[in-house]
Design a protein around this ligand. Structure first.
Ligand SMILES: [Zn+2]
Ligand SMILES: [Zn+2]
Length: 139
């Protein structure tokens, strides 16, 4: 996604486009995996001179606006990625920070069955499947 597309995302969500907000969003969009606040701070502090409080504030407004997806991944801290509206399936190592995205396997039937069983929901928007294990290098 280029800068204009990211600006549009922010605009369409009804947020003000600020330099810092754009920098934070662009860094999350460029990351190849769900990124932590710590990693973002390391990345942005070097060249942009943004402090952690500003990063937190912008992540939080982007998350509330539905632009970013936040997940815990059983790590006890948050990870952020672009909310694509598409289902994600990932395997997460319980010992290190490795996350592997699995593509091309549909869980739609299982999700449908769960929604049918649900007493409080008629339909859902998207889903994210998190599978936990220990990766080959930690084994
Ligand atoms: Zn983590
Ligand atoms: Zn591992």
């Amino acid at each position: 996604m280029n800068k204009e597309e990211l600006k549009n995302l922010i605009n369409e969500a009804g947020l003000r486009v600020t330099l810092h907000r754009l920098r934070v969003l662009s860094a999350v969009a460029k990351a190849k995996k769900p990124i932590t606040v710590y990693e973002l701070t390391e990345l942005l502090r070097k060249k942009e001179n943004i402090d952690q409080a500003t990063i937190y504030r912008n992540l939080s407004s982007l998350h509330l606006a539905g632009i970013l997806r936040r997940s815990d991944l059983n790590h006890g801290h948050s990870h952020y990625e672009l909310e694509t509206g598409k289902a994600t399936h990932q395997i997460i190592c319980n010992k290190c920070e490795i996350i592997e995205r699995i593509e091309g396997v549909s869980t739609d039937n299982a999700i449908l069955k769960m929604v049918q069983k649900s007493k409080k929901f008629k339909n859902v928007i998207t889903h994210s499947v998190e599978i936990f294990g220990v990766c080959k290098s930690c084994n």
